[in-house]
Design a protein around this ligand. Structure first.
Ligand code: UGA
Length: 438
C-alpha cells in the first residue's frame, strides 16, 4: 500500500519505518526542512535505539522516502497518517494548530479516495474536526474517511512497542474502512480492537491517565512507607503479584515526566471539565505527581543541614527516563532548578541528554562520566535510572564524594549494601525500612 505519514517525531518516524519494513511504500512528510535534510543524510533527529538501522535499510530498499512537500506525499498515497505534535497550552488543553494545518494540507491535496488516520494523541471529537476541515477545504469533490488509530509506543522502546503492541485500536466510521487499516497491521499478528472513532480517541487518554494513576498511587504508598518503616518495593511486589493489579507502572520514584502522561492527564481533565464531569481522581493524580519532586528536595535539604547554600550537588541522570535524550517534563529540571535557586552549585552527568539540557541550564557543570559528577560533591542524587548507574563502583563513588550522602530518587540501589558501604542513603519509600538479615 502507498502510505503518507505527516510528522517525523517519535510516532511518525517509527510508524513510517515499520510500515515500510512490512513492505509498503512510505513517504514521510515534515515541514521542517532541517529535519528532512538530516533524515535524507541518514542522521536521526531523535535518539531511539535501532531507528537509524531501520531507516537506512528501508531508504536503501527504496520503500521509505522523505519530503517537505505535503501535496506530493498525500497525492501518492492511499492512506495518510497524521502524526503531528499536540503540545500542551498554558490552560492544559492540547494545542491543535498542527492537526488543523495537516487537515488543511490534506484537503488541498486530495486527488482520489483516501483514508485519513489520526495517530496523534487528540481529544475526543478530533476525528469530526479533521473531517469537517477536509470537507470544507477540499478542492475536488473526492471522497475520504477519517479513522482514529492511537499510538501506545514508549520512547526508548518505540520499535519493539510498535512491532509487538499489546493491542491495535482502530476507530472507524464503518467495518469496510476499519478493514483497510486492519489489513496494514495484519502482518504483526497482534490483538485488534475495532470500534468507533470517539471510543478509540478515549481509549488512548484513558490508558495514559490510568498508567499515571498507578504511578501516583505507588508514590503515595511509598510516602506512607517512608513514615511507617515499610519497604515499598516489597509492598508493590506483594500487590503486583495479584493478577488483577499487576506490577507494571507501580515503580515509586520522583514521579512521571515526558511528553505524554503530564500532557494527556491535563488534557483529559480539561475534556471532563468541559462536559461537566469533575474528574477529582485525576486531579489528585496530577497533584501527587507535582508534589513528589518537591517532597524529595525537602528531604534532601533536611539531610543537608537545612540549606543548599554553597553546597555542591552531583546529579546522575537528566532525561525524563532512561534510553532517551528527551528532557520534556524531566524531574531533573525541578530538582536542579530548586538547587540553583537556593544557592547550590550543580555538576551533572547523563549518557545522552546533556546537549538537550545545556540550553536550559547553561550555568551548571556537565561532566564526562558519573564519577566526575560525584567528585568533591556534598551529595549525589540519582534522578534517572540509567543502567550504567546501577553498575557503578560505589566504593569509588564514596571515596570521591566530600560527604557520603546519597539520594536515590529511583530506588536503584540496595539500602543494606549502601549503608554497609558507609553511605547516608536516602531513597523513596524504603528509607526507614528494617530489612531482614540476608
Ligand atoms: C507513555 C506510554 O507508556 C505509552 O504507552 C504511550 O504511547 C506514550 O506515553 C504516548 O502517549 O505517546 P512514554 O512517555 O514514552 O510512554 O514513557 P513511559 O515509559 O510510559 O514513562 C513515562 C513516565 O513515567 C517516565 O517519567 C517514567 O519514569 C515514569 N514511570 C513509569 C514511573 O515513575 N514509574 C513507573 O512504574 C513507570
Amino acid at each position: 500500500m502507498n502510505i503518507c505519514v505527516i510528522g517525523t517525531g517519535y510516532v511518525g518516524l517509527v510508524t513510517g519505518c515499520i510500515f515500510a519494513d512490512l513492505g509498503n511504500e512510505v513517504i514521510c512528510v515534515d515541514k521542517n526542512p532541517d529535519k528532512i535534510a538530516m533524515l535524507e543524510r541518514g542522521e536521526m533527529p531523535i535518539y531511539e535505539p535501532g531507528l537509524e538501522e531501520l531507516v537506512k535499510r528501508n531508504v536503501e530498499d527504496r520503500r521509505l522516502f522523505f519530503t517537505t512537500d505535503l501535496t506530493e506525499g498525500v497525492e501518492r498515497s492511499d492512506v495518510v497518517f497524521i502524526c503531528v505534535g499536540t503540545p500542551p497550552k498554558d490552560n492544559g488543553d492540547p494545542d491543535m494548530t498542527y492537526i488543523e494545518e495537516a487537515a488543511q494540507g490534506i484537503a488541498r491535496s486530495l486527488n482520489r479516495y483516501k483514508v485519513i488516520v489520526n495517530k496523534s494523541t487528540v481529544p475526543v471529537g478530533t476525528g469530526n474536526l479533521v473531517r469537517e476541515i477536509i470537507e470544507t477545504n477540499r478542492r475536488r469533490a473526492v471522497d475520504f474517511d477519517v479513522v482514529s488509530n492511537p499510538e501506545f509506543l514508549r520512547e526508548g522502546s518505540a520499535i519493539k512497542d510498535t512491532l509487538e503492541p499489546d493491542r491495535i485500536v482502530i476507530g472507524a466510521p464503518n467495518q469496510v474502512v476499519a478493514m483497510k487499516i486492519l489489513e496494514l497491521y495484519a502482518p504483526l499478528e497482534r490483538p485488534m480492537i475495532i470500534t468507533d472513532v470517539a471510543s478509540a480517541e478515549m481509549i488512548k487518554y484513558a490508558s495514559n491517565a490510568f498508567l499515571a494513576t498507578k504511578i501516583s498511587f505507588a508514590n503515595s504508598i511509598a510516602n506512607i512507607c517512608d513514615e511507617v518503616g515499610a519497604d515499598v518495593i516489597q509492598v508493590i511486589k506483594g500487590m503486583g503479584i495479584d493478577h488483577r493489579i499487576g506490577s507494571a507502572f507501580l515503580n515509586a520514584g520522583l514521579g512521571y515526566g515526558g511528553s505524554c502522561f503530564p500532557k494527556d492527564s491535563s488534557a483529559l481533565y480539561r475534556t471532563a471539565e468541559k462536559v461537566g464531569v469533575d474528574f477529582k481522581l485525576l486531579k489528585a493524580v496530577m497533584d501527587v505527581n507535582k508534589e513528589q519532586p518537591i517532597r524529595f528536595v525537602d528531604r534532601m535539604r533536611a539531610a543537608m543541614g537545612g540549606s543548599f547554600k554553597d553546597k555542591c550537588v552531583g546529579i546522575l541522570g537528566l532525561a525524563f527516563k532512561p534510553n532517551t535524550d528527551d528532557m520534556r517534563d524531566a524531574k531533573s529540571v525541578d530538582i536542579i532548578g530548586a538547587l540553583l535557586g537556593e544557592g547550590a552549585s550543580v555538576q551533572a552527568y547523563d549518557p545522552i541528554a546533556i546537549d538537550n539540557t545545556k540550553a536550559m541550564f547553561p550555568q551548571i557543570c556537565y561532566t564526562k562520566n558519573a564519577y566526575d559528577a560525584a567528585e568533591g560533591a556534598d551529595a549525589l542524587v540519582i534522578v534517572t535510572e540509567w543502567n550504567e548507574f546501577k553498575l557503578l563502583n560505589m566504593e569509588r563513588v564514596k571515596s570521591l564524594l566530600k560527604e557520603p550522602l546519597l539520594f536515590d530518587g529511583r530506588n536503584i540501589y540496595d539500602p543494606v549494601k549502601m549503608r554497609r558501604l558507609g553511605f547516608d542513603y536516602h531513597c523513596i519509600g524504603r528509607t526507614r525500612a528494617s530489612f531482614p538479615n540476608k
